[in-house]
Design a protein around this ligand. Structure first.
Ligand code: ZN
Ligand code: ZN
Ligand code: FE
Length: 762
């Protein structure tokens, strides 16, 4: 025989556990007549194979080119070994060594095969709401520790029946080593109850829950990462109850529709958005409401977008099953009061949701880590994350850079934290606004869990420069406790670094950063937010910024765009005429008081915030005078833009100061002259886009920098993002915007990681 025989040792890094990787390797090896073994380790997957050289080559080629759909391979190392014969190919026990880690798969929506089985009356899992396989089901939310094996998940309390065990142990089965494997005989069960009444189980539970929805009740539903509150999206009374109970006056509710065809009845869905709705993550996608459609108005007042998702667990599919008397769209909002984190433990949910929900559809598979739904929008061909959570976290941001071990504490609103090791930045799922004890507790638990899961021992702690953020205080505490150096990072510098990292730009060359948001603590102790920076990971220069105006009463003014408008009109040196929209919302006595406060500068915080400029314009145009959720005024202002109006105002720049108050006075004049609100809303957006171009051209003429990064919450405004990018690109600039992490403060922790890493390496 002239064939050459040899052996190879292969190590695969990345998301390779809990995604059907070992069965894939097994079947591939067997089909190529190779012997040896495969096993999970705490740093990935190890393979040893022996056989004919040609087949070994084919094996490696298939591994590289056609790995299982849900795996994410970061590297494949192949080393020749002395030739060794094995009796067969086998899957060995997992092998762990201390300190090693492997990225963990996020939770994945039900796969097409499981879906088919669930609706097949002959299948033993017919209508079983916890059906799953190696291609789908819960992952991150049920994992207590690594390696990802059943005893280390919240499925450890369920003993597999013989039929499930046979599937679990059969390398050719789709459920081979599917850790959450379950069936009606041995797995979790659904339960429905109304306080004070006896419970219904299994199919009866689902039917009882459906009847409750039809009766207009508010149902708490236990999902993958926590409880939702669900109700009929077309029932005005239910919606009103829910808003009142959730203390959420105008904030839009997320919607779950039974299928894609239903979603198309209400909103425009382009092919990229369709792909995104159907992706394994099944996020909430913000989609543009169709002209003339208004029967979902009450779920999202004042919006031109609705946030839709499709059922992502088998339980959701059964709950939303088609029927003539059942609504095709449900509101599915997080199970929490106002800004508290989503409820996820059963006892806690019963307690905290008792004033919100009429009844419960729950189950006995514990959730180990609470995770909210993700929210994304599609801009052009790209995903633009708004809230990065279920389905995406804890998949790390991979960088072309080896990172030191850093703990980054993030910001305050829309907080996320991050940890780093090797080429990975583990950006956490969305934690929420760190404004109450509940959220802070969930933040601290989250950090402990990630530190343990990914075996990170931080060498440094990075915090925001804001002294009063709870995340800053937490970081200070940890740095003292563990005796670690602390670095304080300017907020907009972190936004800039986050955008560079998001685009995997690891070059040391400086870029232009258009960092526009609501609030960030500046190096001068003032509130920044309309910043044009030049820099990179190692440092920055504040080249331009918006003219400072005053925030009367500090942060509390943020809730009143009318107050901000009055302050900006005052700062522009213009009188508060009675016919001005923001003036007309107040009593004369209050106006006198406010004027005194501004004149005497009592508790007036200077700010260069771009978010506040949007607030002021929204109020001046009579669109929004007070808000009930962050960014509301800017969102409503954007919804008024006349797409056809291309006029703009010129905004002067004096030295490093952008004269934004001139813009305020020009808009006021035109508003009074009778120019329409949609035209003015458009011209305001156009003006900011042109301003961006002017700033970038000046900087390019000074330094020949051609790369521009766009970050900060203001860039969630699609109109501004699209207009600005187009202008910059046609002037020859390369534009970096976000695609893996949010432009808002949910991305700050990633930026902090990169900056702290750069400081450590200096
Ligand atoms: Zn499946
Ligand atoms: Zn079973
Ligand atoms: Fe920010």
């Amino acid at each position: 025989m002239s064939d050459i025989f040899s052996s190879l040792r292969i190590h695969v890094d990345g998301i390779v556990q809990g995604v059907g990787f070992r069965p894939f390797v097994y079947n591939l090896a067997v089909s190529l007549n190779l012997t040896g073994f495969v096993r999970n380790t705490s740093s990935g997957v190890d393979i040893l194979i022996s056989g004919e050289q040609n087949n070994l080559n084919k094996f490696v080629e298939e591994l590289r080119n056609n790995p299982p759909a849900l795996s994410k391979i970061d590297s494949i190392q192949v080393k020749p070994e002395p030739f060794k014969i094995f009796p067969q190919f086998s899957i060995l026990e997992s092998h762990t060594s201390p300190g090693d880690f492997v990225p963990i798969s996020p939770d994945i929506c039900i796969c097409p095969e499981c879906r088919e089985e669930m609706f097949d009356p002959l299948n033993r899992r017919y209508r079983y709401p916890f059906i799953n396989c190696t291609n789908c089901g819960p992952r991150f939310t049920i994992i207590r520790d690594i390696p990802y094996d059943r005893p280390l998940t919240t499925m450890d309390g369920f003993k597999m029946c013989d039929a499930c065990a046979a599937e679990y142990n059969n390398p050719t089965d789709r459920r081979y080593h599917a850790q959450p494997i379950a069936c009606p005989e041995c797995g979790p069960q659904a339960e429905f109850f109304e306080p004070g009444e006896s419970s219904a189980f299994a199919e009866d539970a689902i039917q009882a829950a459906r009847s409750a929805i039809v009766a207009g009740k508010i149902l708490a539903v236990k999902g993958l990462g926590g409880y939702h509150l669900a109700c009929d999206a077309f029932n005005a009374a239910s919606l009103e109850f829910l808003r009142e109970r959730k203390q959420r006056s105008y904030k839009p509710f997320a919607l779950m529709a039974k299928d894609l065809e239903t979603i198309r009845k209400f909103v425009e869905v382009n092919p990229v958005e369709e792909k995104c709705l159907l992706s394994p993550q099944h996020p909430i996608v913000l989609l543009k409401i169709k002209k003339g459609v208004n029967n979902l108005d009450l779920t999202a007042p004042g919006q031109i977008y609705l946030g839709f998702m499709l059922p992502y667990t088998p339980l959701h599919l059964l709950l939303l099953e088609s029927a003539s008397d059942f609504p095709c769209v449900l509101v599915m909002t997080s199970g929490n009061i106002s800004e508290e984190p989503i409820a996820y433990k059963d006892q806690d949910a019963k307690l905290r949701l008792s004033t919100l929900a009429d009844c419960y559809l729950t189950h006995n598979r514990p959730i180990h880590m609470r995770v909210d739904d993700s929210v994304v929008r599609v801009i052009g061909k790209n995903l633009y994350p708004i809230r990065r959570a279920r389905g995406y976290a804890p998949d790390p941001i991979r960088l072309n850079l080896s990172l030191r071990q850093v703990l980054a504490c993030g910001a305050e609103l829309k907080n996320t934290f991050a940890l780093s090791k090797k080429q990975y930045a583990f950006l956490s799922h969305h934690i929420g606004d760190l404004e109450n004890m509940e959220t802070l507790a969930s933040y601290e638990e989250g950090i402990q869990h990630y530190r343990n899961l990914f075996r990170v021992s931080p060498e440094v702690v990075a915090v925001d420069m804001h002294p009063d953020y709870l995340s800053t205080r937490y970081g200070e505490h940890i740095s003292q406790l563990d005796n670690l150096p602390l670095v304080r990072i300017q907020h907009h510098h972190a936004h800039l670094a986050a955008c560079l990292a998001d685009n995997n730009n690891v070059s040391p060359d400086p870029v232009i950063g258009l960092m526009f948001d609501g609030t960030g603590y500046g190096t001068d102790g003032h509130i920044w937010g309309g910043e044009v920076l030049v820099g990179g990971y190692t440092g920055f220069k504040r080249r331009f910024h918006l003219q400072e105006t005053l925030l009367p009463g500090g942060d509390s003014a943020i809730r009143s765009p009318s107050k901000i408008a009055l302050s900006q009109i005052y700062c522009a040196g213009l009188p508060w005429e009675a016919d001005l929209m923001p003036v007309s919302t107040y009593q004369p006595e209050y106006l006198n008081l406010l004027r005194k406060q501004l004149e005497l500068m009592i508790n007036c915080v200077p700010t260069s915030s771009m978010g506040r400029l949007f607030d002021a314009v929204a109020s001046i145009l009579g669109i929004c005078h007070s808000i009930s959720y962050e960014g509301q005024a800017a969102i409503e202002l954007e919804s008024h833009v006349d797409r056809l109006d291309s006029q703009s105002y010129t905004i002067k720049i004096n030295g490093d100061e952008i004269m934004s108050l001139d813009l305020i006075s020009q808009i006021l004049t035109d508003f009074r002259a009778g120019v329409s609100v949609p035209a003015l809303a458009a011209r305001f957006h156009n003006s900011i886009a042109r301003l961006c171009l002017a700033c970038c051209e000046t900087i390019r003429s000074e330094s020949s920098i051609n790369l521009v990064a766009l970050s900060g919450g203001v860039w969630q405004n699609t109109t501004l993002l699209v207009k600005t990018s187009a202008l910059l690109q046609s002037a020859g600039f390369t534009v970096l915007s976000h695609q893996r992490v949010p432009a808002n403060d949910g991305g700050i922790a990633l930026g902090q990681i990169l900056i702290a890493d750069a400081i450590l390496k200096q």
